[in-house]
Design a protein around this ligand. Sequence first.
Ligand SMILES: [Zn+2]
Length: 75
Amino acid sequence: MAPQTETPRIPEIADETDVMREQLEYLIEHAAEADECDCSECRRYLRVRAILLEIFGEPQQAKVQEMAPQLVKAA
Ligand SMILES: [Zn+2]
């Protein structure tokens, strides 16, 4: 018997990842099909989307400002 004590945890993590992917796909599909039906699924989608797109919000402006001097040098 191999001393792999953490073996049982790996399927759980993979399973959780699969569930998250499925949920995300489900919510995206629902939001695409249902045109603002404002159900709990729609609200979950909006919450998830806000979290997932968080990094594309304010930090993006900071990145652009950081990149600006480099672009000037490259030009
Ligand atoms: Zn809905």
